[in-house]
Design a protein around this ligand. Sequence first.
Ligand code: ZN
Length: 339
Amino acid sequence: MPAIVIHQANDLRLEDHPAPPPGAGEVQVRITRGGICGSDLHYVSHGGFGSVRLAEPMILGHEVVGTVALCGPGVTGVTPGDAVAINPALPCGTCRFCRADQSNHCLDMRFFGSAMRRPHVQGAFRSEITVNFRQLVPLPQGLDPARAVFAEPLAVALHAVKRAGVRPGDRVIIAGMGPIGALILLAARYAGATTIVATDIAAEPLALARTLGADQAIKPDGLSLFTEDRGYFNIGFEASGAAAAPGALLGVVEPRGRIIQVGLGGDLPISSMSLVAKEIDICGAFRFTHEFDHAVTLLGAGAIDVAPLLTAVFPVVQASAAFALAADRSRAMKVQISF
Ligand code: ZN
């Protein structure tokens, strides 16, 4: 029952972690596919990010799909054999943010493979896992695991697009073409954005942005084309985590435009003059709420085609090779692991 466990930076191990039998309201799921996320890579390379640090061994992974194996008493909605996506978020359901339909701000959130809590919430890169049945979303007929496992990062992108309020006719700039930036591109187009320009410092992600339908995909220094008349775009997404990116977006987003910060990094230096004089709204976007279910539906309907993002699939026994490839932006967008 191999699980992918991070002990400390650069100490990734395969260990046996059998899942406990399901109790009331629980389901044991055989994991079929997992997607490696930037946060998984941070744990492997640096032992964490920002103030979030590994204090004990942790099973990685929060982008997973699988097949229902066993159902405990009181489970509804799924039966053994069903293919399911697993929502990695388990909010408490009773705190003031959960009651206000803002479960991504839950005061007692349990999120797979996260060192934000102690003890850490163990992740889902493992052959089998026992979860609360409310975390399961049955896969629509015909949605294969390779595409279904994009539900979690797509939910992040859908939430960012919702925070932006993208509408038909909007002119959108996206800084950073990692998997989240690329999925924001697809989600913004689905929401009706007319013009989408993508930026990245590397050539390979820009080539993918063109494949995904970006109107232009350029290096950040090309943004000077869009600063005339106080800026061209009405919405900017910051998905790179680079410290200089929000300042660059302030230069090309027009007065009363909106910038959505999705990328995580350190402190962000921005010009108060630009922010004030252009009356720019800057807001954050963190994880997702109902967008997870919506993402599964959209993927099942073929409304958003994530296939171009998939770089490679590795068996779990080659987890180290999978993580090494995923960390190389010149060769990889999304790397998956099969269990
Ligand atoms: Zn809560």
